[in-house]
Every structure is written in C-alpha cells, then in structure tokens.
Write a protein that binds this ligand. Structure first.
Ligand code: GDP
Ligand code: MG
Length: 231
C-alpha cells in the first residue's frame, strides 16, 4: 500500500521492520500539530485519525492565545521556539528530498495567526532552502471573534514577508462545506476566481454547487446546453 505518492506526506512506521506497510495504521504524517489549547489536538488524538500522528510532533499549551495575535506571536513564539523548530527539523530530517513546508492555519484567532506566522519566520531563518506554502483561512464577515480583523491584518503582513505562496480561503467557505446551505452564502458570491475554481471542483457538495449557480456563467453541462439552445 505504501508508495512514492504517499511518501510525500507520510512515513511508513513498518519500514523500520524491513517491510513495506499494508496497513493504513502504519502511516505517520510528516506533520507538526500546534495549538496553544489542548482541546482540538486532544480530540484529534481520540478520533479515527489518531494513529496518523507521532506524539513527539505535537506542541500544545493549556490556556490558549485569547484570540490575540500578539500573545501568540510575542509570548508563545519565543517560549516554544526551540521545541517547534526541533519538531520541524525532525520531520524535515526524515525527508529524502525536501521541497516545501506547508503551513495550514486560521488567521482570525491568536494561535494560528500569531504563533503560526512566528513559526513561519523561524522556519525561514533556520531552514531557509525549501519553499513555504501557506494555506490561510481568513475570517469572514460573520466571524465570531471580535478581534479577527486585527489578527488577520497583522498575520497578513507576516505572510507577505515570509511566505512564498498563499492560497487564501475564508471561514464561511469552510462552514459552507461543513453544513451545505440551500441558498448561496453572500460571501461565497464575492469570492475570488481561485475559490470559484475550488468550489466547482467540489461541486458535488450541495452548498458549493448552490454557490456556483449564483455566478453568471452556466456551470453544469445541462445548464450550458439549455443556455445555448435558448439563443
Ligand atoms: N469553519 C471553521 N472555522 C473555524 C474552525 N476552527 C476555527 N475556526 C475559526 O477560526 C477563527 C480562529 O479560531 P481558532 O483557529 O480556534 O483560533 P486560534 O486557535 O487562536 O488560532 C475563528 O473565527 C473560528 O471560528 C473550523 O473547524 N471550522
Ligand atoms: Mg483554537
């Protein structure tokens, strides 16, 4: 089962025994999980994907960043820097041909935006070769965090400096994928061509498909045929 494509994102824990794994439970993500609250990571470690994560590659704290970019960046960043860099080095050390670091975080709170961008800069300083590809979830108008515009702005300034590529998404798009709506969400109507392309790709999801239908161009073959025959 373990092959070259899988090896880009996973290591094979069975390989140490000399055999290639036939069991998905032997896969270990080449990942470092970071959160300054324990809850989300603890839930991941109780869930169906729990075997994917190497416990040494998890960095948590107890009290969270209080939705404050500065707390994540200026307080937790220096405190956890060594442990974080060590975990990233360990993951990088197990790669044959490291090409890219991929960071996935939200920008509306304090940890993803503040500590996430601190880590991005630390990785740039300590391991400057590979590209830094950042998937950033921006807050949307209906965000539940009152400080999210500030956090996102401060994080964006860091991304401009330290990331090589940033495909942006928004929180409302995640919500729509999670809980498809019958009517298109107003924010998804204003989304970028990149996001529209992603939504089309995921058009089997009801909400996304509804969002696609709100654009001017016909998207499904059926609608396209009807539009042509009406001319
Ligand atoms: N749609 C969606 N939004 C989320 C999820 N997790 C966090 N958010 C949103 O992301 C923003 C920041 O929250 P969070 O990532 O927990 O902050 P942090 O832990 O301090 O970085 C808030 O607006 C949350 O509502 C999720 O799983 N789905
Ligand atoms: Mg959080």
């Amino acid at each position: 089962m373990f092959n070259q494509a899988l090896s880009a994102y996973f290591t094979d824990a069975d390989a140490r025994c000399g055999a290639s794994s036939q069991d998905a439970r032997a896969l270990r993500a080449r990942a470092v999980l970071v959160d300054m609250e324990e809850g989300v990571v603890a839930a991941a470690l109780r869930g169906p994907l729990r075997t994917l994560f190497d416990r040494r590659q998890i960095v948590t704290n107890v009290s969270g960043s209080g939705n404050n970019w500065a707390h994540g960046h200026e307080v937790y960043g220096p405190v956890h820097r060594d442990v974080l860099v060590e975990a990233v080095r360990r993951a990088a050390g197990s790669c044959d041909s490291l090409q890219c670091f991929s960071v996935v975080h939200s920008l509306g709170g304090g940890t993803g935006s503040g500590l996430g961008t601190y880590l991005l800069r630390a990785v740039k300083d300590e391991l400057p070769g590979p590209h830094r590809f950042v998937t950033a979830v921006f807050p949307s108008d209906e965000d539940d965090v009152v400080t999210s515009p500030y956090n996102a702005l401060l994080a964006t300034a860091e991304l401009i400096e330290h990331a090589d590529a940033v495909p942006p998404g928004t929180r409302s798009q995640l919500v729509d994928l999670d809980h498809p709506r019958q009517t298109p969400h107003p924010h998804t109507r204003r989304c970028s061509p990149w996001t529209m392309a992603r939504l089309r790709k995921w058009s089997t999801v009801r909400g996304a498909s509804a969002a696609c239908r709100s654009t001017r161009r016909p998207l499904s073959r059926k609608r396209g045929v009807r539009a042509r025959s009406m001319r």
